[in-house]
Design a protein around this ligand. Structure first.
Ligand SMILES: [Zn+2]
Length: 143
C-alpha cells in the first residue's frame, strides 16, 4: 500500500472572471448559478454568452439548493492525496430544480449506497473539506 497523507492539502479552485461569483457564493453558503438576464435561463458551467438567446447579459443568482439525483458512481480510487482517506465517496450529477437538465457535478453525502436512486430528492450542504476549502455537496432532502 502507498502511504496515506490525511493531512494533504486539497486541490484548490482557481476562480476567474467567469467563476468568481460562484466561489463568493460558496463562501456565504449560497449556491449561485449563472442566469441569463435576457431570457431567464440558468447556465452551468458559466459561459460568456447565453446558449439559448446569445445574450451577454449574464449574472450569478442564488438558487434553492434543491435537486434530484440524476446519475452517480462510487469513487474508490483517490485522484489526489487529499482524497486518500475519504474514499469511497459518491460522485454525482444532480439536476437542480430550477430548470430541466440544469446539471451540477458534486458528491452525495449522508446516504448509504443502497439508498441511492434516480430522482432521489437532495439538498445542498456546504461542507468544510479543510480550513481553506468549502464545497457544495448534496445530501438527501429532509422534510
Ligand atoms: Zn438568454
Amino acid at each position: 500500500m502507498s502511504s496515506t497523507e490525511p493531512s494533504a492539502k486539497p486541490p484548490m479552485p482557481v476562480p476567474d472572471e467567469l467563476t468568481q461569483f460562484f466561489w463568493d457564493g460558496v463562501a456565504r453558503h449560497e449556491l449561485c448559478i449563472q442566469r441569463c438576464q435576457t431570457c431567464g435561463h440558468y447556465i452551468h458551467y458559466p459561459k460568456t454568452i447565453c446558449r439559448f438567446c446569445q445574450s451577454r447579459d449574464l449574472a450569478g443568482e442564488r438558487v434553492s439548493g434543491k435537486a434530484t439525483l440524476y446519475s452517480w458512481t462510487i469513487a474508490t480510487q483517490p485522484f489526489h492525496p487529499f482524497w486518500v482517506d475519504k474514499i469511497p465517496y459518491t460522485l454525482a450529477t444532480v439536476e437542480l430544480v430550477e430548470q430541466p437538465r440544469l446539471m451540477f457535478m458534486s458528491q452525495v453525502i449522508d446516504c448509504p449506497e443502497e439508498e441511492l436512486e434516480g430522482g432521489l430528492p437532495l439538498e445542498v450542504a456546504f461542507v468544510e473539506m479543510s480550513s481553506e476549502l468549502t464545497l457544495p455537496l448534496f445530501r438527501p432532502a429532509r422534510g
